[in-house]
Design a protein around this ligand. Structure first.
Ligand code: AHG
Ligand code: MN
Ligand code: MN
Length: 320
């Protein structure tokens, strides 16, 4: 009989308050999963016709998911504050509580209306004294937990508490999260890469050279044929990498040269890098480990390259 998430947490080294927080987030993901499953029937498809702080158009499901997680965050009683992709400023919660939650309530927004896998990403930091954004500006190394839910053919929760990575499937029969995999291990070597190829003409030389070598296949310098996958939901692409290896890139490019990349450090890159590292892979921005970046703003963007160790080592060498 598979272990429930609750039992898994009780047997881990997680303090009681952290377990409470994880159960609250997992509960919110169940509720979002139910909205996703009903789609048009729950009136959650289409645009909300508003923009978020990133200047991106919000979908109805971005807004609904944000509300669901914020409600759970407030109710759980162990959060000093929460920060979301969809909120300009952090939301102060219970003064003196031990944790901060950072989240991307709905990742892969362009896939909502076309019934392709989407997800929720979250990161947990220890609370720090101070007000506003300041306590949140901690490097990814400080994360005490990170994870995501992927709303795909199955609803799966993937979690790390800093001692390996485990996966739980939501059983629609019992409405329980049951452990179905773990500890996950990202194979060191791969033949699969993931990047939005339509941006090729905008890439920097090291990325261009890396992908060229993958494309050259058996007769090229890598001496093997590569496959390419791009789902355009980071959760789904990273889930594939945690399951069978691969490398995911959303690098800086020349479209908007003043931006370090598209993805956000605090609630996309940091939690995903911790998961990948905990499974034996790596995550860099090109020059340094993503988890070592000292953030300077809440919604800061970052170039992301993560996955199988051999590929990340190679990308790092090309950037050196
Ligand atoms: P979000 O929906 O939270 O804004 O994130 C979307 C991100 C990420 O999930 C994905 O890897 C990437 O954007 C897709 O970008 P392209 O549309 O450029 O492929
Ligand atoms: Mn996202
Ligand atoms: Mn999002």
């Amino acid at each position: 009989m598979a272990r429930t998430l609750q039992l898994f947490l009780s047997r881990s080294s997680a303090p009681k308050e952290l377990s409470t927080l994880i159960m609250a987030v997992a509960g919110a993901c169940k509720d979002i999963g139910a909205l996703v499953a009903r789609g048009a029937l729950a009136n959650v498809l289409g645009s909300a016709e508003t923009d978020n702080i990133q200047g991106e158009e919000q979908q109805k499901l971005d807004v609904r998911s944000n509300d669901v997680i914020l409600k759970a965050a407030e109710a759980c009683g162990v959060l000093a504050g929460a920060a979301s992709e969809e909120e300009e400023n952090p939301v102060p919660l219970k003064a003196g509580a031990p944790y901060l939650l950072l989240f991307d309530p709905l990742d892969g927004s362009s896939n909502i209306d076309v019934n392709v896998s989407i997800g929720t990403i979250f990161s947990v930091l220890p609370a720090k004294p101070g007000e506003g954004v300041e306590p949140f500006l901690q490097s990814g190394r400080n994360q005490v937990a990170a994870g995501y839910a992927v709303y795909g053919p199955q609803i799966t929760l993937v979690l790390t508490l800093g001692e390996g990575v485990s996966a739980f499937t939501l059983d629609p029969r019992s409405d329980e999260w049951l452990q179905t995999a773990g500890p996950l291990a990202v194979p060191e070597m791969t033949r699969e890469f993931s990047i939005n190829m339509s941006n090729m003409r905008h890439w920097a030389d090291p990325v261009r050279s890396y992908v060229d070598e993958c494309l050259a296949g058996k007769t090229g310098p890598r001496a093997k044929d590569f496959n390419m996958r791009w789902i355009a939901s980071m959760v789904a692409d990273v889930h594939r990498i945690l399951t069978r290896g691969g490398v995911f890139l959303y690098p800086w490019d020349k479209r908007e040269p003043h931006k370090p990349g598209k993805l956000r450090l605090m609630y996309e890159a940091n939690p995903m890098t911790l998961l990948v590292e905990q499974a034996g892979g790596r995550g860099i921005d090109g020059n340094q480990n993503i988890l070592d970046i000292q953030p300077t703003s809440l919604h800061q963007r970052v170039s992301v390259m993560l996955g199988s160790k051999e590929e990340i080592d190679m990308l790092e060498a090309k950037h050196a």
